[in-house]
Each structure stands twice: as C-alpha cells, then as structure tokens.
Design a protein around this ligand. Structure first.
Ligand code: PLP
Length: 393
C-alpha cells in the first residue's frame, strides 16, 4: 500500500476549476488535469514561499535548471545542458511563440491527427495553415503512414512539425526507430521539429519514453522540445514549463521569440513547485502511475464485462482513454452531447482532435476509483440509451 492516497476525494466544485465548474449533477472527465491533491513536497514548497510574504518579480535560479537536468538524466537517461534550457510560462504559450518565430504567415505546420486540439489553435490563430498527416488506425493500433508523412513534409510550404511525444490523445510512446526516421525526413525537407513532451512522465509502470532529441544527432540538431512538471504533478495552474534546444542558432531564435512574447518570466510559485516536483516527488509520481494503470485496467474490464460496444485503444502513456465508438455511431459529437444531457457525464468529443477522431471519445481517468466507477456507470447507461434511441442503420 502506497503512502499516497489517490482515492481520497478532493471537492473541486465551486473552486473556479475549468474542469469542475459544471452543474451539480455533472461529472467532468474531460480536460487533462487530475483530481488528486499535489505531492507533499510541492505543498511544502508553496507554504514556504508563502511564508516569505513578499511577492515581487522572480528570477530563474540555478536550482531550477538543475532540477530539469537531474530529472532527465536519472529518469530519461538524457543529458540536457544548462544553456539549452529556457523557462516559459507553459507549453501552449511556447508552441504559439515558436510557431510565430520559426514559420511565416501562410506557411504550413504539420500535425499527426488525431492530436491535442490546442495545436490547431496555435497554428490557425497565428495565420498559418494546418498540414494534417493522419495516423493510420488499424486493428485497434495507431501507426504512421510514412508515405503520406513524407509527402506532407516535402511540401516546401511546410516548415514546422509539431510532434506529440508521447502522443495525446492516443497514448502512444514513439519508439526509437520512428523518432530517428522522423528526424531524417525532417532534415531532408528542412522542417524543424517541435517535440511536445509534456506527457512523458505519465507512462505505465516500468515503461519509459524516448526524448526526441535523444534519438539521434540529427534529431537533437533540428528540434525544439517542450517539457514541464505540470502535467505529471498536477500543477498546471502555476504556469511553469521549459523549452530546450541544443542547436545554438535555433535556440537564439526561440529565446528571442519567447522573450518578445513575454512568456519567459516566472510567477512567484512557478519555480519552487517545479523544483519540489522533480527533486522530491518521484515516489509520489510512481505511486500515481500505479493508480492510473489500475484505473485503466478497471475501465478495460468494465467495458469487456458489460459487453459494451466500445474499443479501448491500447495506450502506454497519458491518463486519457481513447475509445473507439464506431460500432454504434459515426459521429461522437451527438453521442457526447446526449451523454452529458442524459447522464451528466462530460467527456471530450473525438472530432476535437481532428476529423479522423470523429468516431472516438476521450475520457480522463485521473480520478479516484469511486469517480471512475461513477463515470463508467454513466457511460454504460448513456451508451445503452443512445443505441436504443439512435440505432445505427
Ligand atoms: C500535448 C499537450 N501539450 C500541452 C498541454 C498544455 O500545456 P500547458 O498547460 O503547459 O500550456 C497539454 C494539456 O493537456 C497537452 O496535452
């Protein structure tokens, strides 16, 4: 039994939570934050900072750099140099800034769909075009259609590839060969790779990911990597992340972009929480991963035992279930609206992640067992009622 209790309920209603600001009867299992209290060391770091009582401007101290460097060294067996690292207020602010700095308006940014929906915003809101390279979905597994990917990369208008490593929402960890091949193709067509690795610490127990920059010298040279403690340690609200770039020319550009966009300065709690997470909360994270793996297993068993027409895509990372609903609907938009209205269960519509996601749903299982069971029961009720009212012809 772990010393950390991930089944302890924390009431998040009426706390201005994006996820939980819903009606009393509703159960939110959508946006990617977790229902768990933070690790004790992070809580202590906040209390300590609070005791200082003055909250003027902050700098980024050496301890912040060391915490990232040591974590990647020990956890991911990859050496990040201190001068590669830049503080930023979030992965999404970094992505938007990098899109603006590395590409010009009218150029194309490649993404592999289904993908994290906010990538689309960072591209389109900055006047760039989305180049979609859909992943192939076959026998319940996702893989890359290399011919299609190369065709899209070879378009001279394509200048940036946003890679999601591990991939949200499908939960895939890209293997070494895949990362190397992406690196070679991007080098060939002069496309910079932005590797979003925010989910890298939420992997199944005994499973690890490979940083894109570690895959080869080429990958290291042509890439910009976004990392953070926020997703794995549930501290997104402190708006703290890092970008690392090995290549000095690319780094200079990104650094200028982040600074002119004013997203390179920390708030009063951004530094201490990250340091406490990486330096002192590894045990908490490992216990969390066990809990999440157990939730995933329970969800899978529930689907099978209840004979539900849902296919859970095998995943090795993230706390998100990506579920194929094609057995009973061609479009989960309608199903998700129905589910929320009839059962109160609020999950994410697959089409948000690209058109190829339209027969899928995404369910956030970073919750207590009790909440998970409630959610699964609501899902079962909703699926049955939906099928009864909307038979697939
Ligand atoms: C792939 C991915 N990137 C970035 C983010 C958000 O990052 P941030 O909160 O640091 O802007 C998320 C949040 O779910 C995500 O899934």
């Amino acid at each position: 039994m772990s010393q950390f209790d991930f089944n302890k309920e924390v009431n998040r209603r009426n706390t201005s939570s994006l996820k939980w600001d819903v009606a009393e009867n509703e159960l939110p299992m959508w946006v990617a934050d977790m229902d768990f209290a933070i690790a004790p060391a992070i809580e202590n770091s906040i209390k300590k900072r609070l005791d200082e009582a003055v909250f003027g401007y902050s700098i980024v101290p050496d301890e912040w750099y060391d915490s990232y460097i040591n974590w990647w060294n020990t956890r991911h067996n990859f050496k990040i140099e201190k001068d590669w690292l830049i503080f930023s207020t979030g992965v999404v602010p970094s992505i938007s800034s990098i899109v603006r700095k590395i590409t010009t308006p009218g150029e194309k940014v490649l993404v592999q769909t289904p993908c994290y929906n906010i990538f689309f915003n960072s591209i389109v809101n900055n006047g760039r075009f989305i180049s979609e390279a859909p992943l192939t979905y076959q026998n319940g597994q996702y893989s890359i259609d290399w011919e299609d990917l190369e065709a899209k990369l070879s378009d001279p208008q394509t200048s940036l590839f946003i890679l999601c490593n591990p991939h949200n929402p499908v939960g895939k960890i890209w293997d070494l060969e895949t990362l190397q091949r992406i690196g070679e193709l991007c080098l060939k067509y002069n496309v910079t790779v932005l590797s979003d690795e925010i989910h890298c610490d939420i992997t199944l127990p005994n499973t690890s990911y490979i940083p894109f920059a570690k895959a080869s010298e080429t990958c290291k040279k042509i890439s910009i990597t976004c990392i953070a403690a926020s997703k794995a340690f549930n501290i997104a609200g402190f708006q703290s992340s890092a970008v690392f770039i090995a290549d000095p020319f690319l780094r200079h550009k990104v650094n200028r972009g982040l600074n002119t966009d004013e997203v390179a300065e920390p708030n009063a709690f951004a530094i201490c929480t990250t340091i406490a997470a990486f330096n002192e909360s590894a045990d908490w994270l490992d216990a969390l991963r066990e809990h999440l793996a157990n939730n995933r297993k329970q969800a899978q068993e529930f689907i099978v035992n209840n004979n539900l027409p849902l296919k859970l895509v095998n995943a090795e990372a993230t706390y998100l279930l990506w579920i194929d609903c094609s057995a009973f609907t061609d479009n989960t938009n309608m199903f998700c609206n129905f589910l929320r209205k009839k059962t109160g269960l609020y999950i994410s519509k697959g089409a948000s992640y690209g058109a190829c996601g339209k027969t899928f749903i995404r369910v956030n299982i970073a919750c207590t067992e009790k909440t998970l069971k409630d959610g699964l029961e609501r899902l079962k009720t909703g699926v049955k009622q939906f099928i009864a009212q909307h038979p697939k012809l």
